[in-house]
Design a binder for this molecule. Sequence first.
Ligand SMILES: NC(=O)c1ccc[n+]([C@@H]2O[C@H](COP(=O)([O-])OP(=O)(O)OC[C@H]3O[C@@H](n4cnc5c(N)ncnc54)[C@H](OP(=O)(O)O)[C@@H]3O)[C@@H](O)[C@H]2O)c1
Length: 246
Amino acid sequence: MKRKHVIVTGGSRGLGLKMVEGLLADGYRVSTCSRSKTDAIEQLRSSEYGGRLFWQECSIGDEGQADDFVKAAVAAAGDDGLYGLVNNAGVAQAGILASFPNVESERILRINLLGAIEMARAAAQAMLRQNTGGRIVNISSIIGSRGYNGMAAYSASKAGMDGMSRALARELGRRQITVNSLAPGYVETEMSSTLTAAQLSQIANRTPLGRLATEQDILDVLRFLLSDASRMVTGQVILVDGGISC
Ligand SMILES: NC(=O)c1ccc[n+]([C@@H]2O[C@H](COP(=O)([O-])OP(=O)(O)OC[C@H]3O[C@@H](n4cnc5c(N)ncnc54)[C@H](OP(=O)(O)O)[C@@H]3O)[C@@H](O)[C@H]2O)c1
C-alpha cells in the first residue's frame, strides 16, 4: 500500500517529535533527523509505527548534509517517493545584539535559514522528478514578523524563511507544490524553557485566547497544510499564536 512520505527535520524532541508522532498516527511514512538520537525516537522505532519511521543523524546547515539526508530518506521510502517536507529543525539563542558574538548569529542563520533552504532544494528536486505535486511547510515564528527583544539573529532567520516560502511558492506552484510558513507563537517546549514564569504569564495575559500555544495546536494546523484541503493555499505565513500578533 502506497503511503504519503513526509520529511520532518528535527523530530527528536519538542514540536518536531509531536509532528512525527501525529503524522505516523495519521498513516504517513515519516523520515526525520537530528544531531543526536533520543529515547523518544528509539521508542517510536520499536512501536507499531516503527516500519514507517526513518531516522538518520544529520547536522542541518553543514555542507552536503541536507542532500545526503534527503537522498537516504527517499531511498528508504522506495515507491512512496516524497510528498512533503516540514522544515522544523531550528535553534534559538537570546542576547542583546551589541554584545552578541557574530559567530552565534552566523550559526543561527546557517541552521535556521540556510539549512532550511538546502533542505527545500533537495526535497524540491525529488518532488519535481516525481511530478506529482507536494507540500513544503517552513516552521518559522511570529518573531519573524513581529521581532522580539534580544532575538535579532533568530528573528532575521525566521523572516528569511517567510521570504523563502513566498518565493518558492511562485517557483513551484505550476508543479502543484505548495509552500507555506507555519509561524507559531510561544509554545511550551525545551526551546521556550529559557523564558521565566513571569515572562510566560505575561505572554499568556497579552494573548487574546489567554494561553500559550500547545504542540497539539501546531500539529493540527500542520495537518491542514499537508492535507488536500489546503491545495489552494500557497505562499502564506499562517500565524498560530492565539491572536497575540493581531
Ligand atoms: N518553542 C517555541 O515556542 C517556538 C515558537 C515558534 C517557533 N518555533 C520553532 O519551532 C521549531 C521547533 O522548535 P522546538 O521548540 O520544538 O525546539 P527544540 O525543542 O529545541 O527541538 C529542536 C529540534 O531540532 C533539532 N535540531 C536543532 N538543530 C539541528 C541541526 N543543525 N540539524 C539537525 N537537527 C537539529 C534538535 O535535535 P538536536 O539538537 O539533537 O540536533 C531537535 O530535534 C524551531 O524551528 C523553532 O524555531 C518554536
